[in-house]
Design a protein around this ligand. Structure first.
Ligand code: HEC
Ligand code: HEC
Ligand code: HEC
Length: 444
């Protein structure tokens, strides 16, 4: 079965054409088919490049290999690891600083095995652990597309890793324990749609690289997609568990989330997930998004991350009479430490967009200001993502315009953010999710 192609190759049949040519035209026919073959070759190239562009988006190569939007794929994105910083490589076709001089085999080796041309082992910040499943055809289509990118003659900054992590040979041991080289094996017992979804989620879109908890060596654990902490963000459990995961989402909600970054009444995508939607999943066909949903429904349910909650993240929330309640209050808006109380902070900073009662504005329309009730980051058992949203805002390019919520890091003190976040989770979400000024200070 064919799991690797989005558009099918159409090879023109010259044999059939030649049959209809009169004998006298034979001499001409060589010329004629030559010209046609040339046209066909360049249209085959064009369709290969187009397919490669689609696949590169599905694989989100751009996210990690672009630090300056004016120079796509020129690398230099820093990955801050506990033991130092590594930078992604320039993968433009530049012969000196990019990958212009790599053979196809070298390129396949880098993407699928994590081996660079000179035999060095790549650090697994490059997700070859997922890309190892890719087919030759798909990798070469991505390569054909990357050849069309403007070459950038600039090296990526040098890594700053301390000993022993600067010892690339140590990766041999990491790979031994944490890396299984192997192509995607379609499961003949499952539908073509399921197999396509498995290939998209696991090989191309590498969803598990963020959503699967890691072992002590930073390798992926066996609890696939059970949720993981990425710095200050939680990449939630996206297995079919009805409380800890997304078992209660409809296919339409999951597809809307991946396409637009917003599934009204369920969740919105901020932070790293907003980038995934912006660079990658919003470009996928409805058919491919449906295939991903079909596959995600069938991965083993995991109960990680519920932290004792008895309803899903999106389940929480009831509106409050915020204004009325405020009016009935004596005006002691300054609480302990000179910090206004949560209700006041909410009304002053959030209510203009999310409504006095937290119900949002615009309902289920594209571009709506979302309700804070029935929103997974307000109902999550920890307040991390909500705090990050308040500090850093939301910025996401969508197929119907830019979604943005302002960042409040410059407006609110740590204590104010903490008070506000605790108010929001208590009023609209999961009251067990609390934070404090010290934690907010660390997350800034
Ligand atoms: C999650 C981040 C991430 C994604 C996604 C990603 N890369 Fe990388 N890639 C890196 C990093 C970081 C390095 C450098 C690793 C090192 O120095 O050990 C790298 C290295 C490479 C190299 C090695 C170049 C050399 O030195 O030989 C190639 C080729 C490459 N990436 C291609 C791709 C392609 C093609 C895609 C999409 C299919 C992709 N990368 C997606 C992070 C990423
Ligand atoms: C770069 C890391 C990263 C990658 C790759 C990634 N995610 Fe996410 N994902 C996150 C983070 C972080 C969140 C939380 C976002 C928020 O709170 O707004 C999230 C949220 C989600 C949610 C919403 C869950 C909820 O309850 O709110 C779904 C569904 C999801 N991701 C599915 C996927 C799928 C499918 C893929 C692969 C196409 C994927 N993610 C790839 C980091 C990532
Ligand atoms: C200028 C309008 C505006 C203001 C003011 C505003 N927001 Fe938002 N908010 C938005 C928009 C737009 C989004 C993104 C909607 C989307 O993702 O489609 C958003 C998203 C959110 C989300 C969902 C994020 C996620 O990952 O699920 C939360 C929670 C949130 N806002 C809370 C707040 C809080 C708390 C305040 C006050 C500090 C606030 N907002 C102030 C417009 C605003």
């Amino acid at each position: 079965m064919k799991t690797n192609s989005n558009t099918t190759h159409q090879r023109p049949r010259f044999g059939a054409l030649r049959k209809w040519l009169p004998a006298g035209a034979l001499a001409l026919s060589g010329l004629f088919t030559g010209a046609l073959a040339h046209a066909a070759a360049s249209s085959a190239d064009a369709s290969l490049v187009k397919r490669g562009e689609y696949l590169a988006r599905a694989a989100d190569c751009i996210a990690c290999h672009t630090s300056n939007k004016a120079q796509p794929y020129a690398g230099g994105v820093p990955f801050n690891l506990p033991f130092g910083t590594i930078y992604s490589t320039n993968i433009t076709p530049d012969k000196t600083y990019g990958i212009g001089s790599l053979s196809d085999a070298d390129f396949i080796g880098a993407v699928r095995e994590g081996k660079s041309k000179d035999g060095k082992r790549l650090y697994p910040a490059m997700p070859y652990t997922s890309y190892t499943q890719l087919t030759d055809d798909d990798i070469l289509a991505i390569r054909a597309y990357l050849r069309t990118i403007a070459p950038v003659g600039k090296p990526a900054p040098a890594n700053t890793l301390g000993f022993p992590f600067n010892q690339r040979w140590a990766m041999v041991f990491w790979n031994l324990f944490n890396f299984d080289s192997g192509r995607f094996q379609p499961d003949p017992a499952k539908s073509a749609e399921w197999n396509r979804g498995a290939y998209l989620v696991g090989a191309l879109a590498h969803c598990q690289e963020c959503h699967t908890p890691r072992n002590f060596m930073q390798g992926l654990s066996s609890k696939s997609l059970a949720g993981a902490q990425l710095g200050n963000w939680t990449a939630y459990n996206v297995t079919p568990d009805p409380v800890a995961g997304i078992g209660g989402w409809s296919d339409a909600e999951l597809i809307a989330y991946l396409r637009d970054g917003a599934a009204p009444g369920v969740a919105n995508a901020a932070g790293p997930m907003a980038e995934v939607v912006e660079n990658s999943t919003r470009f996928l066909s409805d058919q491919d998004l449906k295939a991903m949903a079909t596959y995600l429904r069938t991965v083993p349910a995991q109960s990680n991350g519920a932290q004792g909650a008895n309803q899903p993240r999106y389940g929480w929330g009831s509106p409050i009479q915020s204004v009325t309640a405020l009016r009935s209050q004596p005006l002691t808006v300054l609480g302990g430490g000179g910090v206004a109380d949560g209700r006041t902070l909410y009304n002053a900073n959030c209510a203009s967009c999310h409504g006095w009662q937290g119900t949002g504005v615009g309902g289920k329309d594209a571009g709506a200001y979302p309700s804070l009730m029935h929103n997974s980051s307000v109902g999550a058992p920890n307040a991390d993502n909500l705090t990050m949203v308040v500090l850093h805002g939301v910025s996401r390019e969508t197929n119907h315009g830019h979604m943005s919520m302002p960042a409040f890091e410059g407006e609110l003190s740590d204590a104010e953010v903490a008070t506000l976040v605790n108010f929001v989770t208590t009023q609209f979400g999961n009251p067990a999710a609390t934070t404090d000024a010290a934690k907010v200070a660390k997350m800034r």
